[in-house]
Design a protein around this ligand. Structure first.
Ligand code: MG
Length: 173
């Protein structure tokens, strides 16, 4: 097994749709960015790539490349999962902490878990998302943007119970 961490931050920007964890949250300005600005997706991508020592989001989806302009970050996450699989790994679980004053994250957590789980091809009980405020401190406290921390655990494909492997690979995860 291998572990990786990811971090991302984005500024709120009027006139953009707010996308977080692949879920549209209405009634709040969106996040600035080359793609849809989904900071949860980006932090998770970096955690997964970090676990595989496979670079980072910028090396796989360069901002200079117009291919990714306005991209749905779930597409980037799906491509990241493929990069992982090409290297012989799959995601075991991810854990995410979202830090912002508004919007409240809790009402959207179930939908985010389902969306991220579907893209990463893990059950949603392997996806954890926690929302926190910054107690009014600093730029997050001032409501300027959102910060996201993530951890991902990955394992060799052969170690998953559905891989048809034997011995170590047949253990229940
Ligand atoms: Mg980002």
């Amino acid at each position: 097994m291998r572990i990786g961490t990811g971090y991302d931050s984005h500024r709120f920007e009027q006139g953009r749709q707010l996308m977080l964890g692949g879920v549209n949250i209405p009634g709040h300005p969106g996040l600035s960015g080359h793609s849809d600005g989904d900071a949860i997706a980006h932090a998770v991508i970096d955690a997964i790539l970090g676990a595989a020592a496979a670079g980072d989001i910028g090396s796989h989806f360069p901002q200079e490349d117009d291919t990714w302009k306005g991209a749905d970050s779930m597409d980037l996450l799906e491509q990241t999962r493929r990069v992982l699989e090409e290297r012989g790994f799959r995601v075991v679980n991810i854990d995410v902490t979202v830090i912002c004053e508004r919007p409240k994250i809790a009402p959207h957590i179930d939908a985010m878990k389902k969306r991220l789980g579907a893209v990463l091809q893990v059950t949603s009980d392997r996806v954890s998302i926690k929302g926190k405020s910054n107690e009014g401190l600093g730029w997050i406290g001032a409501g300027e943007g959102v910060a996201v921390h993530s951890v991902a655990l990955i394992d060799q494909c052969s170690n998953f119970p559905d891989s048809g492997g034997t011995g170590r690979g047949s253990r229940t995860l």
